[in-house]
Design a protein around this ligand. Sequence first.
Ligand code: 5GP
Length: 183
Amino acid sequence: MAALKVLLSREDIAQKVAEIGAKITRDFAGESIVLIGVLKGATIFLSDLARHIELDASFDFIAVSSYGNRPSPDQELKAGWDSTGEVRLAKDVDQSVKDKIIILVEDILDTGLTLTYLKQLFLSRQPKELRIATLLDKPSRRKLALEADYVGFTIPDEFVVGYGLDYAERYRNLPDVCIIPRD
Ligand code: 5GP
């Protein structure tokens, strides 16, 4: 495999995450919030973001999976992972979100299938407010019209790893977001 190329440095990420945290702090001054991270990719973003939010906050985590077979890592790298378009919840939150302010925290908004599903699911549970925070946004790949409320970086259609994002479960621990060249 070709060498990884740094797309976003740890310094750029740290600055942006601090800005998003400050914005959330302003937007919900005086309120309590629940940060809901999408496993596993959002864990590092959530843990850094949370430390820049000066509000009463709790954490929860969910996991999703797609129906059908996940393609091989090689196919996923070349063509992305949106073959079936059906998403299901593999792990739910541990608490009721009714009447609470919840922020879904995701690593990357790509086709929009995952977050559209999650948004509908959580809206049906009648939160007081639902917001979406994503570190990365690849709008060129969108299949469902969805915008996040807090976006770290808009990136081109490249396969990226690091800062929580994996390739076949590897590279999540890289401090920078890096591109895996497709050829
Ligand atoms: P969506 O449902 O918006 O198409 O995709 C969301 C999920 O696809 C992300 O949570 C992530 O798991 C995966 N994904 C999309 N693009 C990338 C990428 O460039 N790198 C990695 N590692 N995963 C990605």
